[in-house]
Design a protein around this ligand. Structure first.
Ligand SMILES: [Zn+2]
Length: 548
């Protein structure tokens, strides 16, 4: 199969004509590296849906520099193959695989390409799975880990560990994650691992928790269990769906670990591998707070993410072999410090006018609202939890008339804190790039560049990896004289059946397993059903030919 090179024309060059001395040309710092220029460890950290205004606000709130600050090294362009404003699935796909993709798509090529400068993808390649940096790291012999404060099957961690046509296909994503040989998996999303009747429970009747146990993981469900685990393989399921927002955790779910604790434990565990590690960390919930235009939630989650960055940074600073990248996948909410209140007054409005109203909040928007009685009898108490103390008559009126308290609470607090929000959705501006370590990238990058930078740092090439990990099963098996069919006896678990003479092979979807007659082989990649085709590791062809 021909490799697909999705070339992105550097629009930045056009910009440089007018940008004077601004250095658009991205460069790479040449220092501290081995002979091949490789690093041992890569830690990729994504704060979901975080605009620049969010980090500035979090810094003012904290009253001290963020751990991120010293790492600022450039900007990242986030648009998808089809849209100026990306959603998390194609954003994660871009950063993990090096390909801009389409809405909902996880780890597969786009079927619609219309963004300027993005090369089209041949029709027959649409929805083809493409290798991610975690898979590359595994094949380099490194240990790997994924961490999120959402369900671990959520779009961004999924982009770094799975290949499916829709981000909501938690069952398939969960199964693929279980069969990726990832050493440390920490987050929410227990629901998608076990059968049941819940929204995200498995409908294929497989109990993945059992599979995880059989694979030798230490399954931990609380902060204590995590911190005391001595295992080299840890699977943490700390919530059925999402984990608590950081600020609310002490009041609501104190037995969940913080993002910083998960990050520290993952680094301790993975760094025991002499070949190094790749770790993906997501602060998942800045995005959700931004969608709700909740400045308290945004601050809570940015600071929780920053504390995790501090752990990664403190590990990296003790050595010279670890590249840390932190970035947001896209902006969200158009958050601004300053709004229509400050049209005339901004030159003399002090920091306190923005921060003090926020400091009064004890919980995030959703945390406070979770305390509301169904009859709203404690409305003023709940408002106070969210920092809305000493309500004015006008505020009281707005609250009593509100049909959407979540919206009204957020609007009242934003008005008090002189913050602006332009949308409840994502936004298309560039995001900051933060990096630390050998060969750290400096400049303006495409989100897809990050995948190639990480791959190069770890010593592999994603285009080569694609030829190794995802070949068209039908085409390749037929080329060696075999026939293929799909067994859909169990509709939720289709199996690719390959026959040649008396030899029969079976490859279940979403797993890295091939049964040939009575033997079971573990493959170096997943079997993926996408674009109405089965995609398998090339190794499977050779194994089939040479078996027995
Ligand atoms: Zn996102």
């Amino acid at each position: 199969m021909k490799p697909i090179h999705q070339k992105i024309v550097s629009l930045a060059l056009i910009g440089s004509l007018t940008a004077g001395s601004f250095a658009f040309a991205a460069r790479v710092e040449e220092k501290k590296k081995d002979k091949q220029g490789h690093v041992k460890n890569v830690i990729m950290m994504v704060m979901d849906g975080t605009s620049a205004g969010a980090t500035t606000l979090a810094r003012w709130y904290k009253g001290a520099p963020l751990a991120l600050d010293e790492m600022a090294s450039g900007a990242v362009r986030t648009y998808s193959a089809e849209s100026a404003i990306t959603d998390s699935a194609p954003a994660a796909t871009a950063m993990a695989t090096g390909f801009k993709s389409n809405d909902k798509y996880i780890g597969i090529l786009p079927s619609i390409v219309n963004s300027p400068g993005v090369a089209s993808v041949p029709k027959e390649e649409a929805k083809k799975p493409v290798a991610n940096v975690l898979e590359g790291a595994e094949l380099q012999g490194k240990s790997t880990g994924i961490i999120a404060t959402s369900a671990i099957q959520h779009a961004t961690p999924a982009g770094f560990s799975a290949h499916v046509e829709h981000r909501n296909w938690f069952s398939d994503i969960a199964e693929q994650q279980v069969y990726q040989n990832i050493e440390v998996v920490l987050g929410g999303g227990k629901e998608a691992l076990i059968p049941g009747s819940g929204k995200n429970n498995r409908k294929d009747n497989e109990n993945l928790l059992e599979a995880i146990k059989e694979k030798g993981y230490d399954i931990v469900e609380t902060r204590n269990e995590l911190l005391h685990s001595k295992s080299r393989k840890i699977w943490g399921v700390f919530a059925n769906d999402a984990m608590a927002q950081d600020m609310n955790r002490p009041y609501t779910r104190a037995n969940e670990p913080t993002l910083a604790e998960m990050t520290k434990k993952a680094i301790e565990t993975l760094s025991k591998d002499p070949d190094g590690f790749f770790l993906f960390v997501e602060g998942s919930q800045v995005d959700w707070a931004a969608h709700a235009n909740d400045p308290v939630g945004i601050i809570s989650e940015v600071l929780a993410f920053d504390a995790a960055v501090k752990e990664a940074l403190s590990f990296a600073k003790k050595r010279n072999d670890t590249l840390v990248i932190a970035v947001s996948d896209h902006g969200n909410s158009g958050i601004t410090i300053g709004n229509r209140n400050t049209d005339q007054t901004y030159p003399e409005t002090p920091v306190s006018a923005y921060i003090e109203p926020l400091k009064k909040a004890k919980m995030t928007l959703d945390g406070a609202l979770s305390r509301l009685q169904p009859d709203r009898s404690n409305l003023e108490e709940v408002a106070q939890l969210y920092g809305l103390d000493r309500l004015t008559a006008e505020e009281k009126k707005k609250l009593s008339e509100s049909t959407d308290l979540r919206k009204t609470f957020a609007e009242l607090l934003a008005a008090r804190a002189n913050l602006g929000f332009t949308t409840g959705g994502h936004t298309g501006e560039d995001v900051f790039l933060y990096t630390y370590g050998p060969n750290r990238p400096i400049g303006t990058f495409e989100n897809t560049d990050l995948a190639h930078i990480m791959a190069k740092a770890m010593g592999f090439d994603l285009h080569k990896l694609n030829k190794r990990l995802f070949v068209d099963a039908k085409k390749e098996f037929e080329a060696i004289g075999a026939t293929v069919a799909i067994d859909r006896t169990d509709a939720a678990n289709p199996v690719l059946v390959v026959k040649k003479g008396k030899k029969i092979a079976k490859l279940p979807v979403n797993k890295n397993i091939m049964h040939i007659d009575n033997q079971t082989y573990e493959l170096e990649g997943l079997t993926v059903y996408s674009g109405e085709r089965f995609w398998i590791a090339k190794q499977a062809i050779h194994l089939f030919e040479t078996a027995r």
